[in-house]
Design a protein around this ligand. Structure first.
Ligand code: PMP
Length: 362
C-alpha cells in the first residue's frame, strides 16, 4: 500500500556517475588513485575561491542570498550580459531539471542529439516528455538536417552540447545560426557550454552572442570545469530575462549555498587560474593524442577536457586493467558506446601515469 511513483518515474533508472575515489581505494586496497573520469580540473580549485570560502566560514549560520545577486553581477561583468539574464543553480544539473520542470509536460518532445550528456534525457523523462534522439554523424558531428526533420508541433526543447560530452566535437557558429533561423521560435534551444573555455577553434560559439541578440536560446555553463569547483555545485543559465524569470519560479529559494556563491564569484576573477587550466588541458590533449597515435588507438580530436577513444571489444578489459593500476576512466557504456572509453585530461603527471599504464596493457 505504499505510495506509487508516477508511471514516467517508474520507467527511469537511477543515475550512477563514476565511482568515487574512496570506493576504488577501498575495493582494490590502493593508496593512490588517479581519477580521469569526471572531467574535473586537474589543477584543483582556484586559490582565490578557496580563500573566499575560508573568509566566509564564519557566516554559514546565515541563509545564502536567494538571488545570488553578487555572484550574478560578477557573472554579468565577465560574460557581457546584465544580471537579469542570469539564473544560478546547484550545478548545471539542477538547471537542466529546472528547465524541464518549467517547460515540459507529457505532451512534449525533446530533441537530444546522441551520444551526449545524459541529464537532458533525465529531465525530459522526469516530466514524462518524450525524448527524440537524433544520432550524431559517423564522425560525431551534428546532423543539422536530421535535427530539423525531427521537429514536430510537440517539440519544446532542443539540446545542443558544445563541446559535446562525451565526443569533444562542437557545433560551428554557422550551424547554430542555421538552426536558429529555421526552427520555430516556440522551441527553446539550450546550448550547453559547460566546456566552452577549452574550445580553441575560431568558428566555435558558446551561443552568448545569440542570447544578447534576443533569440529563443538558453546557454548553460558551470563552475565545475575550468573554475575547478565541481564539489561545491554552481552552474548558471544565460537567457532572455523573460525565460529566466519563468525558470526562476520553479527554483528552491536557497539552491546555491553561501560558500558556493562566494567561491564562484572569486573564481570568476581568477584569470591566472583560468589561463593555467586552459593551458594544462590544451597541452594535455596534445600529449594524449601523441600517445594514442603511437599505440594505434583511434580517438576523436576534442575541444573539451576529455578525449573519447575507441578500443573495440577490449574496452571492458582495458577499463578493469587501468582500475587495478589505480586509474579511473569512464566507460562508454554510459552512452551506449561499449567499445569506447572517455579519458579526462589530467595534470602532466596524471596523463603520463595513464599513458604508462596503457602501454603496459595495450
Ligand atoms: N553539462 C555537461 C555537458 C557536463 O558534462 C556536465 C558535467 N559532467 C554538466 C553539464 C553538469 O555540470 P555541473 O557540475 O555544473 O552540474
Amino acid at each position: 500500500n505504499r505510495p506509487q511513483p508516477r508511471p514516467a518515474v517508474r520507467q527511469m533508472n537511477a543515475y550512477s556517475p563514476g565511482k568515487p575515489i574512496w570506493e576504488v581505494k577501498e575495493e582494490l586496497a590502493l593508496d593512490h588513485v588517479i581519477k580521469l573520469a569526471s572531467n574535473e580540473n586537474p589543477l584543483g580549485a582556484s586559490p582565490l575561491a578557496q580563500e573566499a570560502i575560508l573568509r566566509h566560514l564564519t557566516d554559514i549560520h546565515r541563509y545564502p542570498d536567494a538571488r545570488s545577486q553578487k555572484l550574478k553581477e560578477a557573472i554579468a561583468a565577465v560574460y557581457g550580459v546584465t544580471p537579469d539574464h542570469i539564473l544560478t543553480g546547484n550545478g548545471a544539473d539542477e538547471l537542466i531539471t529546472l528547465i524541464s520542470e518549467t517547460f515540459l509536460t507529457e505532451d512534449h518532445e525533446v530533441i537530444v542529439p546522441t551520444p551526449s550528456f545524459t541529464e537532458y534525457e533525465f529531465g525530459a523523462q522526469l516530466m514524462g516528455a518524450t525524448v527524440v534522439p537524433v544520432p550524431l554523424t559517423e564522425d560525431y558531428q551534428y546532423d543539422i538536417r536530421g535535427i530539423l526533420e525531427a521537429v514536430t508541433p510537440r517539440t519544446k526543447i532542443l539540446y545542443l552540447c558544445s563541446p559535446n560530452n562525451p565526443t569533444g566535437t562542437y557545433l560551428p557558429r554557422c550551424q547554430l545560426n542555421d538552426l536558429l533561423k529555421k526552427l520555430p521560435s516556440s522551441i527553446l534551444v539550450v546550448v550547453d557550454a559547460a566546456y566552452s573555455h577549452y574550445a580553441t577553434e575560431v568558428d566555435y560559439t558558446d551561443g552568448l552572442e545569440y542570447v544578447r541578440a534576443g533569440c529563443p536560446i538558453l546557454v548553460l555553463n558551470t563552475f565545475s570545469k575550468i573554475y575547478g569547483l565541481a564539489g561545491i555545485r554552481v552552474g548558471f543559465a544565460l537567457s532572455d530575462p523573460r525565460i529566466i524569470r519563468d525558470i526562476h519560479r520553479c527554483k528552491e529559494p536557497f539552491n546555491v549555498n553561501l560558500l558556493a556563491q562566494h567561491a564562484a564569484a572569486a573564481a570568476l576573477y581568477d584569470e591566472e587560474h583560468v589561463r593555467a587550466s586552459r593551458r594544462t588541458v590544451e597541452n594535455g590533449r596534445i600529449s594524449l593524442y601523441g600517445a594514442f597515435d603511437r599505440l594505434g588507438i583511434r580517438f576523436t580530436p576534442s575541444m573539451g577536457n576529455f578525449v573519447l577513444i575507441r578500443v573495440g571489444d577490449r574496452a571492458p578489459d582495458i577499463y578493469e586493467a587501468l582500475l587495478r593500476r589505480g586509474i579511473i576512466v569512464r566507460k562508454g557504456d554510459t552512452w551506449g558506446l561499449p567499445d569506447h572509453l572517455r579519458i579526462s585530461v589530467g595534470s602532466e603527471e596524471e596523463n603520463e601515469a595513464f599513458v604508462r599504464a596503457l602501454e603496459e596493457i595495450a
